[in-house]
Design a protein around this ligand. Sequence first.
Ligand code: ATP
Length: 454
Amino acid sequence: MSDVKLDDIVSLAKRRGFVYPGSEIYGGEAGLYDFGPYGVELLNNIKKSWWRRNVQLKENYVGIDSAMFKNPRVWEASGHVAGFADPLAECRECHARIRVDKELAAIGVQADEKMSNEDLNKLFDDNRDKIKCPVCGKQNFTESKPFNMLVQSNLGDFTSENKRPVYLPGEACQGIYLNFKNVVDTTRMKIPFGIAQIGKAFRNEISPRNFLFRTRELEQADTQFFVKPHENKEAYERIKQDRWDWYVSDLGINPEKLRWHQHENLVFYASDAWDIEYSYPSLGFDEVEGIHDRTDYDLSQHMKYSGVDLNYIDPMTQEKYIPWVLETSMGMGRIFMAVMSDAYTVETMENGDTRTVLKLKPELAPVQYAVFPLLKNRPELVAKAREVYEELSKKFVCEWDDNGNIGKRYRRQDEIGTPYCVVIDFQTLEDGTVTVRDRDTTEQKRVKPEETAR
Ligand code: ATP
């Protein structure tokens, strides 16, 4: 773990308009965050990069965007209504709630995901003396009970009893299964092929925490690759490698901060499951993305509950089968946090001052060029700078800044990760050249404005 703390990232995110606590003027709301002007640009650039790699550059993948609300039977078929539960205990003193498995993990005791509630309570009882209430510090908890995380709504129900609750999505990927048949029937996709989607999910997390790491509203970028039964192994390895490569080469994340984690306790239908973990400041290694080999479970369940035949018929051989699914599911908040943390650098400059820089890949940076007239009260400088700004804006995201001294303007751009700052000064008026300052080296070069764009 580096010296950088999670609080440094949270504080920069707030100070520079990346991420704000949700509903802040009302005192906030646990587990909810809003992306600010620079945050939404960075988030969109990460999504663009993901979509490019997983949809546009892959001949055998297509994207969809499904409605968030679904027929409530979907969540019965997926197992969420019956089993999407976390173990919850309440502090008898202050009524704070804890997630028992996570509190046990924090003291080094691993609870098996498949453990019965009774066994989990035994484990909890054996370790109660080591677990303190995070709010009041006391050790007086109720027993642990499973708590379903699905969030209900009354959409389309006009009775006061809400007899047919519908659910906000517990995970984004169900929309892909629901459209598997539509994609087969309306496109030229033939197995093996994949469907990708970025979508919102909602989870009634018992203890949302650690900034964007565990929130109640989240976004997931998912792919599902459909293969012939038993033809999963090679594709699974290829997908794992491809996901790793995206982190390192497309996002520029330091590979030493990444690692694989294989699940030991698989759900009954899964054949293999690995997570990509990132070493977050203050938290250490934890999951960013899950890559799961899920056999034919999901499509079989939807076939059973909907009564619709979801078998695939091979157009060449006429073989009929329910495809197996290889799934990747990445949390956008967690990758956003990983990208920000990885880029966050504090440097001491030659004059002894320190500067904070977000060393983001230029294509991910919220702003690519900042344009500064040296002085804002000199109309000839401002007019020339406007010309440069307008020209660069045709191709790049640019920001205009004529406030304060140049050094302060650089510091501000460093903190939001702008790779290049272009200064228009008196020499520009004489020979047309401008100064381009590089974020990472702080080197300044005089070039013609048309040479700034790279
Ligand atoms: P965890 O064990 O951390 O609760 P999970 O294994 O339940 O996560 P999945 O259901 O596999 O997570 O979801 C896929 C991805 O969605 C995760 O890898 C993570 O990046 C993200 N994710 C899941 N829950 C949350 C959450 N509450 N807040 C932010 N991101 C989340």
